[in-house]
Write a protein that binds this ligand. Structure first.
Ligand SMILES: [Zn+2]
Length: 231
């Protein structure tokens, strides 16, 4: 079962993770079995800034609305689904908590990555400097043109949007959504950040909303703490 892997996360013992492309089997049960996970929990993603904590598999409903999941449970995967939007996976240096974040332009605008880091800090007492974050395959600067309507929202927010929003042509702008999320993570205090340099629109192994349009399927990005105790 082939997944795109983060170099950084692959070097950390005690976790499993993967960024699926369109060739990975879509059967969640098979992926759970393959990685010996009791469940891979998901959410009904609604482009919000809402971060949910997964405290028990039994009480989790995959139809709960939100766009980021955080858990300290072992052998339980948490996942987001994307097709151009930015998947972000996080883990702390003691491997006590993990997070999976869905950052579309709306979530990015409302700083969902930073919200996730803040929640991990308040609920688990983990300093952001203890976190490793990986920004997965997503639409990159080469392919993400937005109109004045979206651009103006980022400009109005006034948080150094000139670092990731560039004039393109005819009142269009290029939005570097990966970089916007990276800057959000940095602002929250995360320093260890890997960006996987794969554009989902350029690379047709991946589902892409911009390339394939409405009704496009989505790829799964997941992370899990392994069952065995940390040494
Ligand atoms: Zn591209």
């Amino acid at each position: 079962m082939y997944f795109v892997q983060s170099k950084r996360l692959s070097s950390i013992e005690g976790i499993v993770h993967g960024f699926a492309d369109r060739n990975v089997c879509a059967d969640i049960a098979e992926i759970e079995k393959h990685f010996e996970l009791s469940k891979i929990a998901q959410l009904k993603q609604v482009h919000s800034a809402d971060v949910l904590i997964l405290n028990s598999v039994e009480n989790h409903d995959d139809l709960s609305e939100g766009d980021a999941l955080v858990t300290g449970l072992k052998a339980v995967g948490i996942a987001v689904r994307t097709a151009d939007c930015v998947p972000i996976l996080l883990v702390d240096d003691r491997r006590s908590v993990i997070a999976a974040v869905h950052g579309g332009w709306r979530g990015t605008l409302s700083e969902i990555a930073m919200n996730t880091v803040r929640l991990i800090e308040s609920e688990y007492g983990i300093n952001p400097s203890q976190l490793t974050a990986v920004i997965g395959p997503s639409i990159k600067k080469c392919c993400y043109e937005v109109g004045e309507d979206v651009a103006s929202l980022f400009k109005e927010r006034g948080q150094n949007s000139d670092q990731y929003l560039f004039d393109s042509r005819d009142s269009k702008y290029t939005l570097d959504l990966s970089l916007a999320n990276k800057l959000g993570l940095q602002k929250a205090g995360v320093t260890d950040i890997e960006v996987i340099d794969i554009c989902t629109r350029c690379n047709d192994s991946f589902y892409s909303y911009r390339r394939e349009g409405r009704g496009v399927n989505t790829q799964l990005s997941f992370i899990a703490l392994k069952q065995y105790a940390r040494k």
